[in-house]
Design a protein around this ligand. Structure first.
Ligand code: S3P
Length: 182
């Protein structure tokens, strides 16, 4: 059995940072869906949003997610914050493997991303208001997609990696036991 794990959560919740370290810890490749998309597009997501709009971006994102999920073998997948917006994507993620929701409150995220100019949905005035709106729309979607919720609050990345790795081991054991019983 191989570790197949996806991270979901708000922009700025730490998916890429935690994902990279958890992948290293678990000995599986790390795939950042946004980075993949940027390689395919040949430009930043922010530029693509400006030129083509969010709807076109969501189509590409759904296609990229479906493609990655079809690849066999172990992997750690970090998704973009809006990947859970489509029901099809949520299904793909749930079937993909263990999904972790990296939970952070809008106020905390705002502190982390206040100087970040790469995230198109957080540009323009009042990022905290934007984050609160996104959180209200998405928190339930993240929770319905994920098998585990990780509170990112005050813990160090190292602690979070340890907690997530433990959960992954338990998931692998539970999945193996379920298979054996079938
Ligand atoms: C988005 C989050 C971004 C990126 C795109 C849209 C969103 O990823 O996919 O800008 O809808 O929240 P991060 O969550 O890595 O910032």
């Amino acid at each position: 059995m191989q570790i197949r794990c996806a991270l979901v959560g708000m922009p700025g919740s730490g998916k890429s940072t935690l994902g990279r370290q958890l992948a290293q810890h678990s000995g599986v490749p790390f795939i950042d869906l946004d980075q993949r998309l940027e390689q395919t597009l040949g430009c930043s997501i922010r530029s693509y949003f400006e030129v083509a709009g969010e709807a076109c971006f969501r189509d590409l994102e759904a296609q990229a997610l479906a493609d990655v999920a079809q690849q066999p073998g172990g992997m750690l997948l970090s998704t973009g914050g809006g990947a859970v917006l489509r029901a099809d994507n949520r299904d793909v993620l749930r079937r993909f493997g263990s999904v972790f929701y990296l939970h952070a409150l809008p106020e905390e995220i705002c502190r982390r991303v206040q100087h970040d100019r790469t995230r198109p949905l957080l540009q323009g005035g009042n990022p905290l208001k934007r984050l609160r709106t996104l959180y209200a729309q998405r928190d339930g979607l993240y929770r319905e997609t994920a098998r585990h919720v990780i509170e990112t609050g005050r813990s160090s990345v190292r602690t979070l990696v340890g907690m997530a790795a433990l959960q992954l081991e338990q998931d692998l054991a539970a999945d193996a036991a379920q298979r054996a019983a079938e």
